[in-house]
Design a protein around this ligand. Sequence first.
Ligand SMILES: Nc1ncnc2c1ncn2[C@@H]1O[C@H](COP(=O)(O)OP(=O)(O)OP(=O)(O)O)[C@@H](O)[C@H]1O
Length: 272
Amino acid sequence: MNGAAIELTDAALRFGDRTLWSGLDLRVEPGEFLAVLGPNGSGKTSLLRVLLGLQPLSAGTATVAGARPGRASERVGYVPQQRAMDQGLTLRGNDLVGLGLDGHRWGTGLLGLRKRRHKIAAAVESVGATSFASSQVGRLSGGEQQRLRVAQALIGDPEVLLCDEPLASLDLTHQRVVSGLIDARRRAAGTAVLFVTHEINPVLSYVDRVLYLVDGRFRIGTPEQVMTSATLSQLYGTQVEVLRIGDQIHVAGAQSCLCEDEVHHEADEPVP
Ligand SMILES: Nc1ncnc2c1ncn2[C@@H]1O[C@H](COP(=O)(O)OP(=O)(O)OP(=O)(O)O)[C@@H](O)[C@H]1O
């Protein structure tokens, strides 16, 4: 792919009187890992919705995988937040992953079906899900379901991977597995990753740059540039302390901020 994987120019998003962000210039390169951080309601998911073509910008322009948002969906993968699927869901893991394939590309003949099956098996194997991919997804654990969602998002070999808090409600082990899979793909295939998260620590070693949104303001830069007491205090408009403990970053003092220390539990209950 020539040029940026994602490009926003002087982009703004407003709902009524409220400006979520404006004057946003962002260029994400192929293979880059960009973390999008910010408190609840700062517009992280809305940014993803813009890039998916589900939400028009109020001003400015956006390009994703070389096209207007939503126009190149076969070149864009999407990993949603982990949510336990209905236990009664009889869809099998392999079929869930297969939903990520563009049906037209494979045809309906025997050859097409065989190629499709191989492609699904390879995607399932790449996320270490072979042993449970023929089970009904409703009976799988949250971590297993999330691995299948990553396989579904990656099976079409996307140029851009959009992730909406894919680690939320996963335990630490599965956070590592899922984020490691995403990192491995962008290194191997040059997939650009835009990763919305409340917690930077599970992905800190992968993050090239951070887009940090707070109440209409934002900062873009490397974690070293953005995750400092001075920068976050300025963004939040109040004193915020950023502490580096070992290889982790802890943010203290920002009201409803990063929630770095929030404990996540594996979601067992279906979320309505
Ligand atoms: N279509 C819409 N119409 C009006 N307001 C909206 C719409 N979509 C989102 N909002 C508002 O925009 C704000 C930002 O929402 P968004 O979901 O993007 O935040 P977020 O940063 O992802 O938050 P969280 O961390 O809680 O998931 C919220 O206050 C939300 O209510």
